[in-house]
Design a protein around this ligand. Structure first.
Ligand code: NDP
Length: 503
């Protein structure tokens, strides 16, 4: 790969438009820091509106190019299968790029990127099986059917925490349907998306089908989402940014999928298998340093087992191995940015001020071996209340409040007492209770006796302030296509065209 870990170091990375690499030229550049050391390791182009315009124009032209719009679905599937094979071949280089970029442990980026190979294969397999339906109407000799068409140019905006994984949940279905794409990764983590463009080219996708612009969200990102040539915005990021994007795209009537933040409840009932529940709760909030949208940052524990569970949670939290993300034994790496570190500290301060009791962590990790990296200790607060600020706002860091509850009704009310609705987890051996909770919990995903479990077949997406639209499975084919209804009258009868037939 041209953009492997060595070649990226110290470089200004190009953007990718219409199958070509464009160097930064004399325009502004932004630095990208390595979270494990706090040092700059490459720079990106801060794209201007003109460069964004060029990328959208390339994507629009590709939509109409015979080598993309006139090929069969099976040929399109073939390119996606080839892309999947290339991802498999280069998985370790891509994983290392992401770990360097966002500090996520190499074992996890490796697992995520290895999975992408299957993800693209799944959607490649779907590309030539996207069927509409034939719908009977109350009129003889009329054929009424639907078909899925490409939407057009899709802008994919991704956050810093899992750049390629989040790009792919939109990109794979987009390619399967026949859309063209302009991607804008987070300014903090652009390297893997730029490298990925190389694989797109090698897989034989026509020029302009996939383009990458880089730069600041408020600049390049805003120019992209508000561009009149974009048919849909697939945005993953924070709820406040999502709200701004919804307002912008609403103005142009552009469609949007918004995959936003969360504040997931993790409920442990007294009859749960406590070892499994504690393991799930600790991994659920400390995996990726809590920088996952589904982080289980509100841990509700039934009163009768509260003290015992607190002890187990604390013991497990203290055992989490925090260290360099490339070390095989590490379970939690640094936070992705210095800003994140400051934000987490601020939440810890507010939790203390509101009377929560710190039982472990609560501080930056400094000195050897952490150096100037953005490390924060796994942090738990006891005696937390659901209405405390750190239990209501998304922290995106390794911090959870442990909240006691006395009844099923009370915990469901508290679990739902949040503006978010992305995911929830619960641990119980009582199936009836589990299903009652599933019925009552207001979130897009509910996990029972497991947590943070995702699959390419399972629709994922939030309720409430966690956004709208679905990733994965056939739901995402629906989200990235437009449904056309076709009515063919082969009766040969002259119709009374002055009266619309509503039957
Ligand atoms: P942000 O909302 O800050 O940014 C997300 C992306 O949007 C970045 O590429 C950012 O660019 C860009 N952006 C910012 N402002 C604009 C704008 N006005 N127009 C267009 N693009 C813009 O999120 P983070 O990167 O901080 O990621 C963390 C958030 O992502 C968390 O809230 C998390 O819950 C959420 N998330 C949700 C997931 C889900 O599936 N629901 C999955 C993963 C994360 P730049 O970085 O350059 O500013």
């Amino acid at each position: 790969m041209k953009f492997d870990i060595k070649s990226v170091h110290g470089q200004g990375l190009p953007i990718f438009i219409n199958g070509e690499w464009l160097d930064a030229g004399s325009g502004a550049q932004l630095p990208s820091l390595e979270p494990a050391t706090g040092r700059e390791w490459y720079r990106i182009t801060d794209c201007t509106p003109a460069e964004v315009d060029q990328a959208v124009a390339a994507a629009q032209a590709a939509l109409k190019a015979p080598e993309w719009c006139d090929i069969t679905q099976t040929q399109r599937a073939g390119m996606i299968f080839d892309l999947a094979a290339l991802i498999k071949e280069h998985a370790s280089e891509l994983a290392l790029l992401e770990t360097r970029d966002n500090g996520k442990i190499l074992r996890e980026t490796t697992a995520q990127i290895s999975y992408l190979h299957d993800y693209y294969r799944y959607f490649a397999g779907m590309a030539d099986k996207i069927e509409g339906s034939t719908i009977p109407v109350n009129k003889p000799q009329v054929l009424n059917f639907t078909r899925h068409e490409p939407l057009g140019v899709v802008a994919i905006i991704t956050p810093f925490n899992s750049p390629l994984n989040i790009l792919s949940v939109s990109l794979a279905p987009c390619l399967a349907v026949g859309n063209t794409i302009v991607a804008k990764p987070s300014e903090h983590t652009s390297a893997s998306t730029i490298a990925f463009a190389e694989l797109i080219k090698a897989a034989g996708f026509p020029d302009g089908v996939f383009n990458v612009v880089t730069g600041a969200g408020a600049g390049a990102g805003q120019s992209l989402i508000s561009h009149s040539g974009v048919s849909k915005v697939a945005f993953t990021g924070g709820s406040d940014t999502g709200r701004r994007i919804a307002a912008s795209v609403g103005d142009c009537l552009t469609q949007a999928n918004l995959e936003l933040g969360g504040k997931s409840p993790h409920i442990i009932f007294a009859d749960a298998d406590l070892d499994r529940a504690v393991n799930g709760a600790v991994a659920g909030v400390f995996a990726s340093g809590g920088q996952t949208c589904v982080a289980g940052s509100r841990i509700f524990v039934e009163e009768s087992i509260y003290e015992k569970t607190l002890e187990q949670l604390k013991t497990s939290a203290l055992e989490v191995v925090v260290g360099h993300p490339e070390e095989p034994a590490t379970q939690m790496g640094p936070l992705a940015t210095r800003d994140q570190l400051g934000k987490v500290e601020e939440f810890v301060r507010s939790a203390k001020e509101e009377g929560a009791r710190l039982i472990c962590g609560g501080n930056r990790l400094e000195g050897s071996p952490y150096g100037d990296g953005f490390y924060f200790a796994p942090t738990l607060f006891a005696n937390a209340r659901n209405d405390m600020r750190f239990c209501q706002e998304e922290i995106f860091g390794p911090v959870a409040g442990v909240i006691p509850f006395s009844s099923e009704a009370e915990v469901i009310a508290q679990a739902n007492d949040t503006r978010f609705g992305l995911s929830a987890g619960l641990w119980t051996r009582d199936l009836d209770r589990a299903m009652r909770c599933v019925d009552s919990i207001d979130s897009g995903t509910v996990w029972v006796n497991t947590f943070r479990s995702a699959a390419m077949m399972s629709p994922m997406g939030g309720f409430k302030d966690s956004g709208y639209g679905k990733h994965n499975g056939f739901a995402s084919i629906r989200d990235f296509s437009r449904l056309k209804n076709v009515v063919v009258d082969y009766s040969g009868q002259k119709q009374d065209a002055f009266v619309v037939k509503l039957k």
